[in-house]
Write a protein that binds this ligand. Sequence first.
Ligand code: ATP
Ligand code: MG
Length: 577
Amino acid sequence: MPTKFCTRLIMVEINEQDNTEKKGLNFVEQIVADDLKDGKNGGRLNTRFPPEPNGYLHIGHAKAICMDFGVAEKFGGTCNLRFDDTNPVKEDVEYVDAIREDIHWLGFDWGDREYYASDYFPQLYDLAIRLIKEGKAYVDDQTSEQIAAQKGTPTTPGVNSPFRDRSVEENLDLFQRMNAGEFEEGSRVLRAKIDMANSNMHFRDPIMYRIIKHPHHRTGTTWKVYPMYDFAHGQSDYFEGVTHSICTLEFVPHRPLYDYFVRELADDTYCPRQIEFNRLNLTYTVMSKRKLLQLVKEGLVAGWDDPRMPTISGMRRRGFTPAAIRNFIERIGYTKYEALNSVSLLEYAVREDLNAHATRAMAVINPVKVVITNYPEGQVETVEMDNNPEEPESGTHQMPFSREIFIERDDFMENPPKKFFRLAPGAEVRLKGAYIIKCDEVVKDAEGNITELRCSYDPDSRSGMPGASRKVKGTLHWVSAEHAVDATVRLYDRLFNVENPAAETDRDFREMLNPDSLKVVEGVKVEPFIAENASKGKKFQFQRIGYFTPDYDSTPEHLIFNRTIALKDSWEKEQKK
Ligand code: ATP
Ligand code: MG
């Protein structure tokens, strides 16, 4: 079942890509191009990315960022960064700083156009006062439960609040006293007086303001009333000069209300418009900030930037690159249909970018010692290794070779099956970049564990020597035992073990966490070049193993590497079995 599902998903994704390529522009870009051609808004293009600073950004936000900044870039417009900070209870400067860092890292810049919805609190308040005076808003003394109970359903009209016909004077007085802090949270709200029978539920006298007494991270205790999203967003767009307010599909039913409030301000020369595209949803993870916050708060992950998290900061720490993320987003494209995107496609993009740019080096994750009995004791020679055959200008580095080396324990089998082309008693393999060796003897401890392999080498088989071209079936990675540096690696796997945790509504999402999402391996042996170059952000390919990057916790005394991704997609293979 999962395989079939995945196949369908990938087909959808590829079709979307084809469409995008054929048309050249995606549907949002097409709308923008048409508006510009028609000279709307004086020919101006201004988008905005509007995160609420109540959590770290995730890969879904990256899709919105690529759209908002990307379309502005493409058509010579500008994109604002606007923090949608209308709920002081959940918001914090820590998140503001993290959001800024993540957008820059993805490769976008808002210049001096950094704004806050809270910058517009005075104008929004003035507009609310005006609407009250015009009989378009009223203070409702009911509880949120009572208000919800009167809302009706999409097919049955709602019921008017008993406070709906209050006088303008009373409404003005109560609203001002709400903001002066005279009333308790939840005791009163300001509502727009629109239409309790409207087929669009958002028009049934939506709440404009609620009382919150928690101090705000920017405006302190100045305000005791805070605008709701629907009363803040469109107007903030207007105050800022935003022309195209691009958001995700769940806002489609809000659009008439967006237009309703914006029309109170706009005129023929300038009016912002909302356009919606499909969200990014990824398999084997969750994208809700509330759930991600829960994982962090409950210590189920190491923090917002835990490399297993779908956050931008987690992906950065894990070793994903901005180019890989942007390529992935470009491939899945923008449509009007909700989809679940396969994480394999993201991983493919990561491998593709790292394959092109990561530095090749040797590390042995699960080492077993090999003693080359006919190699002179104390002798050391160096072999030259390409840093990246895909990038010839990246040069080479030297790697020491000596009598004792480490190879991967899995690369030896005492009783190998037929097609095992690695090391076995009496078999020959090439040590990558160096000699051919043959296994002569297996040394074991009292419990029967292999402690050492005794081999002999063919001195004629190294590159540049007459026997260099001699073919053997297997080539192994290795490191010189005397020169190897110890390291720890953290092997990451998917955070959840079900494809779409959000769809399993009858289960606690924490039950679906993959218990094997992190394995820590100590005693890994890395070549000295890796230790010397293990600076933050450096990308390595440990040959035949995968892509790795130094973790933030890594120090020269204790090297720690995160596995960004294995070389091959073993997960997909598992599923096809
Ligand atoms: P919440 O509103 O529950 O806090 P949110 O994910 O909507 O969470 P915002 O900070 O409001 O968070 O999002 C900022 C912008 O990012 C919005 O324009 C939103 O549409 C967009 N966005 C959020 N999640 C996704 C996603 N999964 N795919 C694409 N865009 C997204
Ligand atoms: Mg939101």
